[in-house]
Write a protein that binds this ligand. Structure first.
Ligand code: 13P
Length: 256
């Protein structure tokens, strides 16, 4: 399986800054066939960057979209509008869940809408610090995974990527603490066990599972070698060209 290195720029870089960054990034990295590099800029950047991106080197992702294709939904952008512009969409990021109150039902509709519009959803799941401390990690992961995938058929599951992002490890969380490879391995094991239960053993092994939360050049190698981890979802470090390219190079080295 390929490695996936996804940069989530969140609400950073305006159109001009994003364009300059993309230009530099494309100059700096070769075309790696076994490392899929993806960047997720703000929605406003997607159209201009889609004209600039060299799709043989990297792909674009949306950070979010609405689940209806069109209609009276003031302020929203649909997956239907993004079709053709992006290959991927991040869905259910913890910032969407906790700041914008998205629940598993809404996230399931977004996952389905992405697939319907030929966009691969990257479904984010992960427990908070307090859920972990109360021993609820297993249940939270199961609920978010089954909830988010509730509208995905066996035929479509191959289009989905899962990202395990423990909220307590995300760099912008207060007192964030990087996860250890053992902590990640345990939860990725749970994710695959749940996938196996719903879709069978073969599919459970084939769904890419990414890790996200305080990923840096210094820990990327260790995280990418955790059994069952197929890539990284990177926030802060993806905004720094040297760090992001360093992580891409690490993914390439780990693949060899
Ligand atoms: P950081 O890499 O800044 O911790 O962000 C992780 C994240 O939320 C990516 O989606």
């Amino acid at each position: 399986m390929k490695s996936y290195i996804v940069g989530n720029w969140k609400l950073n870089f305006n159109v001009g800054e994003a364009s300059i960054y993309l230009h530099k990034l494309q100059k700096k990295i070769p075309n790696y066939r076994d490392v899929e590099v993806v960047v997720a800029p703000t929605a406003l950047c997607l159209q201009p960057l889609s004209l600039q991106i060299e799709r043989s080197k990297m792909k674009l992702a949306a950070q979010n979209a609405f689940y209806r294709d069109f209609g009276a939904y003031t302020g929203e952008i649909s997956f239907a509008e993004l079709a053709g512009l992006v290959n991927y969409a991040i869905v259910g990021h913890s910032e969407r869940r906790y700041i914008f109150h998205e629940d598993d039902k809404m996230i399931a509709k977004k996952v389905a809408a992405a697939i319907r519009n030929k966009i691969r959803p990257i479904l984010c799941i992960g427990e908070t610090e307090s859920e972990r401390s109360f021993g609820e990690t297993r249940d939270v992961i199961r609920d978010q995974l089954l909830g988010g995938l509730s509208e995905v058929s066996e035929e479509d599951i191959s289009k989905v990527l899962i990202a395990y992002e423990p909220v307590w490890a995300i760099s912008s969380t207060k007192d964030a603490k990087p996860a250890t490879p053992d902590e990640i391995a345990e939860v990725v094991g749970l994710i695959r066990a749940n996938l196996k239960e719903i879709y069978g053993a073969k599919i459970a092994e084939e769904v890419p599972v990414l890790f996200g939360g305080s990923v840096k050049p210094t820990n990327a190698g260790a995280y990418l070698t955790v059994p069952g981890v197929n890539g990284l979802l990177i926030g802060g470090a993806s905004l720094i060209l040297e760090q992001f390219t360093d992580i891409i190079e690490t993914a390439k080295r780990v693949k060899q």
